[in-house]
Design a protein around this ligand. Structure first.
Ligand code: NAP
Length: 259
């Protein structure tokens, strides 16, 4: 399927690895030029080179912390008027809410709610004026079914979800869509570090915890980041113009509800 977005520009945040990188790769495979971001310059440069070589699109790496105003300014300076924005950042640490103080909550809000809102604010008016825009926020299945040890994520991402529900409808007649993609469990470094935390806390072998988690997924496996990237690219397509304000789970059937 031709997604009709070749030649457009996307900013993909937190994209040197994992789900962000997969979104960048799928957009590039559909001819979209990229600004890709992450904090670590070495891995980011290598990712940019690999995407450029595989797709032939322009890829501009910006090494910066997307949770800071300076980091967002650097990313926006590379492309102030993107057609597509994929918001992403590292997830907050797991733990017990009794151990978190206000600073830790504010850091989670900055990373998983306020950064995305600030970037949407920066790009949405020009998108509306041009009559085309696609915004995808990477959130988590924890928005629909909370994960006990990820309370910071459950809380901060739900705040973003509530905000987006209103904004998406407010701009829906302008050609700009805003959707949230809710990953279940995907085989990335982030998933491995969550299992390491659970192993340390319980004293059980990490492989046992990993296998147990995998066996609870109806699909019988963790997701492949490429599957996630492809859905992101579709949401950014011309064809997806009538999908907005949605929270799309991609979790191998793990969410147990009917709706
Ligand atoms: P990952 O494999 O650990 O990759 C995270 C990427 O984000 C890296 O490129 C990292 O590079 C970058 N990054 C982290 N913090 C950043 C910051 N402050 N500014 C800019 N870039 C930053 O993680 P992932 O699994 O792809 O997860 C992506 C998001 O989805 C996270 O928020 C995660 O919590 C959420 N999620 C993941 C899963 C899953 O199963 N994988 C499930 C639910 C939700 P640097 O470290 O160099 O900055």
């Amino acid at each position: 399927m031709d997604l009709g977005i070749a030649g457009k520009w996307a900013i993909v945040c937190a994209a040197s690895k994992g789900l962000g990188r997969a979104c960048a790769e799928s957009l590039a495979a559909n001819g979209v030029n990229l600004v890709v971001n992450a904090r670590g310059a070495g891995t980011l440069e290598a990712t940019a080179r690999a995407i450029r070589a595989a797709s032939g699109v322009e890829v501009v790496p910006v090494a910066a912390d997307i949770t800071t105003p300076e980091g967002r300014a650097a990313v926006l300076a590379a492309r102030p008027d993107p057609d597509i924005l994929v918001n992403n950042a590292g997830g907050p640490p797991p733990g017990d809410f009794r151990d978190w103080d206000e600073e830790e909550w504010i850091a989670a809000l900055r990373a998983n709610m306020l950064s995305a809102i600030a970037l949407m604010k920066a790009v949405i008016d020009p998108m509306m004026e041009r009559g085309f825009g696609r915004i995808v926020n990477i959130t988590s299945s924890a928005v629909k079914a909370p994960i006990a040890e990820l309370g910071l994520s459950n809380g901060a991402r739900s705040g973003l979800t509530g905000f987006v529900a209103g904004l998406a409808r407010a701009v829906a007649d302008s050609g700009v869509t805003i959707n949230n993609l809710l990953p279940g469990r995907f085989a990335t470094d982030r998933l491995a570090s969550n299992f390491a935390f659970l192993a340390q806390r319980s004293g059980r072998p990490v492989e046992e915890i990993r296998k147990e988690a995998e066996s609870r997924i109806p699909a019988g496996r963790f997701g492949d980041p490429h599957e996630f990237g492809e859905l992101c690219a579709y949401l950014c397509s011309r064809q997806a113009a009538y999908i907005t304000g949605q929270n799309l789970l991609i979790d191998g059937g793990a969410y147990p509800g009917t709706f």
